[in-house]
Design a protein around this ligand. Structure first.
Ligand code: NLE
Ligand code: FE2
Length: 359
């Protein structure tokens, strides 16, 4: 139980789906869709590797035991795991220079008001991650160090998770500016594309963007819209999230740049999405034999919310926004259009959700 938490909360209206109202209640949503291991099906390169499965079980157990407020578990990664990280890190580095969107590559700390005596600071993102979070070719960074860094930049924190969560639980946590991160690493047999989230995907796909204040607000807004939403609306929000935060693209002048973490963390899918002519090798790696390139559509959240998507191959259809602001604006409109019984707001002082009845 969570003594002392429930008694201070306003009563949750009965007619809406349960949702966490206090950050500590995220402890109640740790169950993953697959128990943290089942996604390793026959197609997974780790399927016939008992040592990999056992190691994964070990790392996943840390996440399962984690409770809000504890220090994030530190993992001592093996040489083989570090070699996988290195392969991904090196290969992605050069592709990010070419194809990652501006918001991913650079940072700006002009926003925090607590530091008025300091000059606003801006520059390249990666050197910051190397300086403060332990990013390096030969080191897999620890979630705890990253979480502390993000907390100071945008108020986002990380929480370890054992695998893919339900869309509702995953999105609900964003309302608290909490991002669930896996801690295990993909199988060394195929470092360049994996259908599942893993530490490379979280750290090289998602994390740099969470240091961007506008992106942090945008993520939280999707989270707030998911609280107490109907199952149907959660599915729509999950699709919108998928086609933006996970697999979205942004236009920069003439170019199409990677914005979604799933694109940013897979060198194969980045080429698929951003190259003028994706190579044969790249297409085969993502099970795209017939299709030559993804179909690009301008971002329309209503359309994206209804678009189907595969999760084990490259995306056949992708959405491209004119800019991050353009994506934010459209998605804010979309969130506002969902019918809500009340307006949830996050109070960062008490780390609780406050609800105001809609009139
Ligand atoms: N396909 C991505 C990668 O290989 O990094 C992971 C996607 C997780 C949703
Ligand atoms: Fe992701």
């Amino acid at each position: 139980g969570l003594p002392g938490v429930y008694d201070v909360l306003p009563e949750t209206p009965r007619e809406v789906p349960w949702f966490p109202m206090n950050i500590r209640e995220l402890d109640l949503t740790v169950d993953t869709l697959d128990g943290g291991t089942e996604l390793i099906n026959e197609d997974h390169p780790g399927f016939n590797d008992p040592a990999y499965r056992e190691r994964r079980f070990e790392i996943v157990s840390l996440a399962k035991a984690y409770k809000h407020g504890e220090k994030l578990p530190r993992v001592r990664y093996t040489e083989q795991e570090t070699a996988t990280w290195q392969a991904v890190y090196e290969r992605l580095g050069s592709l990010h220079d070419k194809w990652a969107c501006r918001e991913y590559r650079s940072y700006s700390t002009s926003l925090p008001l607590y530091d008025l005596c300091r000059q606003p600071d801006e520059g390249e993102m990666l050197p910051q991650m190397e300086k403060y979070c332990g990013y390096a070719v030969n080191n897999i960074p620890q979630l705890g160090d990253i979480s502390d860094f993000l907390q100071q930049r945008t108020g986002f924190t990380l929480r370890p998770i054992s695998g893919l969560l339900s869309a509702r639980d995953f999105l609900n946590a964003l309302a608290f500016r909490v991002f669930y991160s896996t801690q295990y690493i993909r199988h060394h047999g195929n470092p360049f594309y994996t259908p599942e989230p893993d530490i490379c995907h979280e750290l090289l796909g998602h994390v740099p963007l969470f240091a961007n204040p506008a992106f942090a607000d945008f993520s939280q807004e999707i989270g707030l819209a998911s609280l107490a939403a109907t199952d149907e609306d959660v599915a729509k929000l999950a699709a919108v999230y998928w086609f933006t935060v996970e697999f979205g693209l942004l236009r920069e002048g003439e170019d199409v740049k990677a914005f979604g973490a799933g694109v940013l963390s897979s060198f194969g899918e980045m080429e698929w999405a951003c190259a003028d002519v994706p190579s044969q090798e790249c297409r085969e790696m993502g099970s795209m034999k017939e299709q030559l390139k993804p179909i690009l559509r301008p971002l329309d959240p209503w359309e994206a919310s209804k678009q189907e998507y595969p999760i084990t191959t490259y995306q056949p259809v992708m959405f491209c926004a004119e800019s991050l602001e353009d994506a934010e604006f459209r998605i804010a409109q979309f969130c506002d259009s969902l019918t809500r019984p009340f307006f949830p707001q996050y109070d960062p002082l008490t780390q609780t959700i406050r609800v105001t009845k809609a009139i």
